[in-house]
Design a protein around this ligand. Structure first.
Ligand SMILES: [Zn+2]
Length: 262
């Protein structure tokens, strides 16, 4: 996708400017991104208070910001069952205002509390059903749980568009997600020399019509210091050379893929 001056324009398919850690700086971060040629920024949902901050940013920058309301697996882990139930009832109503439902999913990393895996499964299934009911796409956070997440999505018979953000699965798992029509979004790890070799092999196996790119800012920086959406052109350039495609083709294809989240 090119802007009217012919310069390529970029999409940050997933980041957290409405996260408490960076919200006070979000206006400067959005301005810097816009100056760097970013035409869309999609926020990832964490918990109900953060959904309100997403609405504030989208009201200020309606053409730039896409919103996603959800209960992230890490919040499912730390909230009580009653708090989760309240958040989900609110999502059933407020979700209509969002561009997508998520991030939701399963995170079975060794650092997570396995006593809450059951709560993660239940909240994931509930959010898939909410997305289906509201006819919204899904944004998924899946870590060390691809086989089970795939079976839950199939069990729920979810038919809408979906994105697996910061994809970290295998080539086989990527293939299974793509059979469901999923878009796979990759973060800056693919730029780090000598690391994340598995993810670099996976991204090279993903056809352009299933691909998205994201900063996941302020997390997952690929260079020292702060990560922010204005850095996404660097990720596009790195991925274009990794895949051996022209930057213009990459920006155009990813803009087409992202349309369902606008
Ligand atoms: Zn995220």
């Amino acid at each position: 996708m090119n802007d009217s001056s012919g310069a390529p324009s970029f999409i940050d398919a997933h980041c957290h400017l409405s996260d408490e850690r960076v919200f006070s700086e979000s206006v400067q971060l959005i301005h810097r991104a816009h100056q760097a040629g970013v035409m869309k920024i999609m926020l990832g949902g964490l918990e109900p208070d953060e959904w309100d901050r997403q609405i504030q940013l989208r009201t200020q920058y309606p053409s730039l910001i896409s919103t996603s309301f959800g209960l992230h697996p890490w919040w499912v882990e730390k909230l009580s069952d009653a708090e989760i139930a309240r958040a989900l009832s609110r999502l059933r109503v407020d979700g209509v205002q969002a561009n997508a439902i998520g991030e939701t999913g399963l995170d079975f990393h060794v650092k997570r509390d396995s006593a809450r895996f059951g709560a993660q499964r239940a909240a994931f299934l509930a959010q898939i059903e909410i997305a289906e009911g509201l006819k919204k796409p899904l944004v998924l956070h899946i870590v060390k749980a691809h086989a089970e997440a795939l079976s839950i999505v199939k069990y729920a018979k979810f038919k809408g568009p979906l994105m697996v953000h910061s994809f970290s699965g295998s080539i086989e798992e990527a293939r299974e997600w793509m059979k469901l029509g999923a878009l796979l979004s990759f973060s800056g790890g693919v730029l780090v020399p000598g690391k994340f070799l598995k993810v670099k092999a996976v991204i090279q196996s993903v056809p352009l019509n299933h691909l998205l790119l994201e900063t996941d800012a302020p997390d997952q920086g690929w260079r020292e210091g702060f990560n922010e959406p204005s850095l996404i052109p660097e990720l596009y350039q790195g991925v274009a050379s990794l895949l051996g495609v022209k930057l213009e083709l990459l920006t155009q294809k990813l803009a087409e893929n992202f349309r369902v989240f606008c």
